[in-house]
Design a protein around this ligand. Structure first.
Ligand SMILES: Nc1ncnc2c1ncn2[C@@H]1O[C@H](COP(=O)(O)OP(=O)(O)OP(=O)(O)O)[C@@H](O)[C@H]1O
Ligand SMILES: [Mg+2]
Length: 373
């Protein structure tokens, strides 16, 4: 595209030179120059609009670190536990949808649909403070699993077991340094991600800071403008905001201020949904969430999980979420479960099979007790 623009500009420049010799009128030259600038700026704008969709090609784009196609974890996931070992078909490059020729809004919702995330041998080692203190393995390298499009993977385990560390490692959000070493393999649709390159995902932290005095709509307007301002016009951006408000059930609260612990505003569940809405602006194929239901009552927790379920079912999003003490109904909304204890993999498979798995180990769950308990 850049080369085309340069070639076009140079051709037009030659034309301009020729015309300027023939016509020798300053007014014509001014008019033609203006036209060239207008055409070039329109082309640049189209190019910018296309570039926001380029994330859809990340799985095969070497610039973002996808190295090679490999069966990797997809061959070995079945060893971890029964349950979640169907063959993956989404590693086929044909499945990647490119938005270049699509209308922007339609493309935004379609392009990011199918993204399978695999991970294995994830290890995080914290260097000991001195020679006497040994290194500490936050994750021991046994962790592996697959999060599939249209499915929800729950990550559970006791406090301090390494759940947040795991999702940060999967997302490529841990900066390795002298003190912390991160290793393991991550795959997107079968292509291995290099090093700690970021996963094309939305990451929703446990606590999200908003400007408490801004309304929900103002918050979304602001974030949409920041993320899409250079590529979408005002009316298209307004439509994105309306879509997000509706999708997250926030339309009624659009004019409510966000608030915080000191300023009264949205409820905890609404604030959580707003944080998800903000992360959905760029239509990521994968959502990673750290305890989205913590601190919410069971009704609000149910609403947040229902919404995640909707995203998985209707838009084929891949959902990975750390979840803390879920009610049985929230727990059952998840398809797959990864249990971690002291940085070690305890179970990976379908949520519906965990009871059976535990009974096999001699841990019988009481019928009336929630599985998560
Ligand atoms: N950057 C770091 N430096 C030192 N220790 C760390 C670092 N990151 C994580 N840890 C330690 O690793 C362990 C696992 O932390 P992590 O936050 O992943 O646990 P968690 O399972 O998410 O716990 P919780 O349920 O309480 O959120 C903790 O003991 C924590 O102190
Ligand atoms: Mg945590």
């Amino acid at each position: 595209m850049g080369i085309n623009l340069i070639m076009m500009a140079s051709e037009l420049q030659s034309l301009l030179d020729a015309l300027s010799t023939n016509m020798r009128t300053n007014a014509s030259i001014y008019f033609i120059t203006l036209t060239v600038i207008l055409i070039a700026s329109q082309l640049a704008r189209v190019q910018a609009q296309r570039s926001i969709f380029s994330i859809g090609s990340k799985v095969t784009d070497p610039k973002v670190g996808a190295k090679k196609k490999t069966s990797g974890i997809f061959a070995s996931a079945a060893d971890v536990d029964g349950g979640n070992n169907e063959d993956s078909e989404s590693g086929d490059e044909d499945d990647v949808i490119y938005a270049d020729d699509e209308d922007s809004r339609t493309a935004r919702s379609e392009v990011f649909q199918s993204c399978e995330v695999g991970f294995e041998n994830i290890q995080i080692v914290l260097q000991g403070k001195n020679k006497k203190k040994p290194d500490r393995h936050i994750l021991d390298g046994s962790l592996k699993g697959i999060a599939k499009p249209g499915r929800m993977l729950a990550i559970m385990g006791p406090s301090g077991s390494g759940k947040s560390s795991l999702i940060h490692a999967i997302a490529g959000r841990i900066d390795g340094n002298k003190k912390i070493t991160v290793s393991g393999q991550r795959y997107v649709n079968g292509a291995e991600l290099a090093g700690d390159s970021p996963l094309p995902c939305a990451f929703i932290e446990q606590e999200v800071n908003f400007f408490p005095h801004m309304t929900v709509k103002e918050t979304l307007d602001f974030r949409v403008e920041l993320k899409l301002g250079s590529s979408l016009g005002k009316s298209a951006r307004d439509a994105v905001v309306l879509d997000l408000l509706e999708m997250l059930g926030l339309t009624k609260s659009a004019d409510t201020i966000v608030g915080n612990t000191k300023v009264r505003g949205l409820s905890g569940g609404e604030r959580k949904r707003l944080s998800i809405a903000c992360e959905l602006i760029s239509s990521p194929p994968v959502l990673i969430l750290d305890e989205p239901t913590s601190g919410l009552d069971s009704y609000q927790a149910g609403q947040v999980t229902d919404f995640l379920r909707k995203l998985a079912d209707e838009q084929g999003k891949t959902i990975i979420s750390v979840i803390h003490q879920p009610s049985q109904s929230v727990f059952e909304k998840f398809d797959d479960l990864l249990l971690v204890s002291e940085g070690r993999l305890m179970y990976y498979g379908e949520t519906s099979k965990i009871r059976q798995y535990l009974s096999g180990l001699g841990y019988n769950c009481f019928k009336d007790t929630g599985t998560a308990e």
